[in-house]
Every structure is written in structure tokens, then in C-alpha cells.
Write a protein that binds this ligand. Structure first.
Ligand code: UDP
Ligand code: MG
Length: 308
């Protein structure tokens, strides 16, 4: 059992980034323990990332590679890494060097103070303003809907004890969110603050669509409040329609000689009702989709090959 396993999901990272990652990890980890492993999970990259990982594993016995059969997404790739990591402590980080390997000794030291889970709070986020604004909005909605207080300063950069990892492995639901699932698992949580590095140009592996899909999935799998929201909306509309009906009656009593001017208001009401009804059905549909995925009971990921 190595003292530390590092798990990093890899999707279309350049060879130079990966070799630099392993080099810096080696330098940083040696300060903590000479007994470590680096588990790189290739999440179905379309470039030559897997070749690079295989070469590094051949040259360096600390490096292990797991090749997923296709792109399953970052959080599934992290789960695959956690299923395979043998360490007494497991560090999870991005492979693009935005999570700095030099921070690991601090993470490890904090964990030794008696924590099972320690996350890094990003002190300064060098990302563009639009990106940070979108992230802030996302966390606002997520926290409002889930009733939790997920910290928007935290990504996936963390260290987890083998006990907490073992518990995490029991969670096999398809809608995955590393931080949220760890929180559910429990144990003692702590955090440290460290700088986050700038993203290299041309390295982001997320498209806007992929991010939105992840966000919606996450909100649906981590809260049922959307369903309550549509019930509330339906109630408000019902109350509103009673008020409107009352107004019509009053109008008819006050001006009995005028014919009721109905068409535009009726059309507006119909469109509004249809819109809200569709919204509510859509919300319910999202949850049904999750149930469908869960009942299929498929494995979370498929491993195509490993380096051992
Ligand atoms: N990643 C992955 N699968 C994906 C997308 C991303 O394994 O489908 C990995 C990627 O290789 C990186 C990490 O997730 O190690 C974070 O991705 P990225 O840097 O694109 O996200 P950002 O830093 O912009 O949030
Ligand atoms: Mg990144």
C-alpha cells in the first residue's frame, strides 16, 4: 500500500503537459513520502495522451495508467481512479497543471492534523471574468436548489483518506459530483488555501454544451427542489386564475352594458399555462431520465486497458 496515490483524469492533455505533471508530482511527492503512485485515467482522449501515459508508465514504475473505453466525463474518470488507487491517502487533482503539484505536501500535512478529507480553496482564480461569473452563478443556483453550501472556491483538488475512499466507492449512482458525494459520505472535512494556476491556452477540454449538461445533471441528481418548484408555480398560477376570474365578475357587475374583451387575455393565459405546464413536465422528465439511467444498472465506466 503506497502512502499516497495521486489520481488525475486526463482528457486530450498534451504530451508535454503530462510529462511535466509527472515530473513536478515526483519532485513534490518525494518531500512527503518516497512511497507513492500516480494513477492517470485517460478519459477516452482523442489525441495521443494514452500513448504518452503508457510510455511514462514503462519508464517510471510510480506511474499507472487506466484507459477508459470512451469519454465518460471528468467525474466518472475520477471515480475510476479512486476505484484503482491503493494509497493510504489519495490526492485528486486536474491533469492540466492548474492544480499545482507543489501544494500536495500542505494538503498532506493538513490531513495529518486529523482530517479525512481536505480540499484546496483556490485563493486567486486566474480564469477570465466571464468564466468566474458563470461559475459563481452556477454555485448560487446549485446551493439554492440543493440547500447545501458548496464552496465555489473549491474544485476537485483534495486529499482523501483510504477509509473515506472506501466509502466513496460504494456510491455508484450515474449522476456524479465528486465534492458533493464526498460530503454525503461524511468523515472529518477540512480545507487549506492555495493558489490556482493559469490555464494553458488551448487546453480546456470542456465545451460550453458539456458544461451546461454537467450543471443540469448535477442539480437534478443532487436535489429534488426543481419538482417542488414546479408544484409551487402551479399553485401560484391556480391562485392567479382565481383572482383573474374574480376581476372578470367584478367588471361584469360594474359595466354590464359592455361586452367582455376576451381574445388577447385568453390567448396570453393559454400560452402562459402551456408554457408553465411544459416546464413542469420537463422538470419531472429530468428526474425520470435519472431514474432510467439508474435502473439500467450499467457499470459507471468501461476500462479498455491498463498499464499493469
Ligand atoms: N477531463 C476529463 N474528462 C472530460 C473533461 C475533462 O477527464 O470529459 C479532465 C481534464 O483532463 C482535466 C480536468 O478534467 O484534468 C479538468 O478539465 P478542464 O481543465 O478542461 O476544466 P477547467 O479547469 O476548465 O474547469
Ligand atoms: Mg483546467
Amino acid at each position: 500500500m503506497p502512502e499516497i496515490s495521486v489520481v488525475a483524469p486526463v482528457y486530450n492533455q498534451q504530451a508535454s503537459t503530462l510529462t511535466e505533471l509527472v515530473r513536478r508530482l515526483g519532485a513534490s511527492l518525494k518531500k512527503t513520502s518516497s512511497d507513492f503512485e500516480i494513477v492517470l485515467v485517460d478519459d477516452g482522449s482523442t489525441n495521443d495522451a494514452w500513448l504518452t501515459i503508457k510510455e511514462m508508465a514503462r519508464a517510471n514504475r510510480e506511474v499507472r495508467g487506466i484507459h477508459l473505453a470512451r469519454n465518460f466525463g471528468q467525474h466518472v474518470a475520477i471515480s475510476a481512479g479512486l476505484d484503482h488507487a491503493d494509497g493510504r491517502w489519495v490526492v485528486v487533482m486536474d491533469a492540466d497543471l492548474q492544480d499545482r503539484p507543489e501544494v500536495i505536501p500542505q494538503l498532506y500535512a493538513k490531513a495529518q492534523e486529523g482530517y479525512d478529507v481536505v480540499f484546496v480553496n483556490r485563493a486567486r482564480r486566474p480564469e477570465p471574468l466571464v468564466y468566474r461569473a458563470a461559475a459563481a452563478l452556477f454555485y448560487l443556483v446549485l446551493n439554492a436548489l440543493s440547500g447545501q453550501d458548496y464552496n465555489r472556491l473549491q474544485g476537485n483538488f483534495s486529499i482523501v483518506s483510504s477509509e473515506a475512499v472506501r466509502a466513496f466507492r460504494l456510491l455508484r449512482e450515474p449522476g456524479r459530483f465528486y465534492g458533493g458525494m464526498l460530503r454525503w459520505v461524511g468523515f472529518r472535512h477540512g480545507s487549506i488555501t492555495a493558489e490556482h494556476a493559469m490555464a494553458d491556452a488551448g487546453q480546456t477540454s470542456y465545451s460550453f454544451r458539456k458544461r451546461v449538461r454537467f450543471a443540469v445533471n448535477l442539480i437534478v441528481s443532487f436535489s429534488t427542489r426543481l419538482l417542488y418548484f414546479s408544484i409551487l408555480l402551479g399553485l401560484l398560477m391556480a391562485v392567479g386564475s382565481f383572482v383573474a376570474a374574480g376581476l372578470i365578475v367584478i367588471e361584469k357587475i360594474r359595466y354590464p352594458e359592455y361586452p367582455l374583451q376576451g381574445w388577447p387575455s385568453v390567448m396570453t393565459a393559454i400560452f402562459f399555462t402551456a408554457g408553465v405546464t411544459n416546464l413542469a413536465i420537463g422538470f419531472a422528465g429530468l428526474y425520470i431520465g435519472q431514474i432510467l439511467q439508474q435502473t439500467r444498472g450499467r457499470p459507471l465506466y468501461i476500462v479498455a486497458s491498463t498499464t499493469r
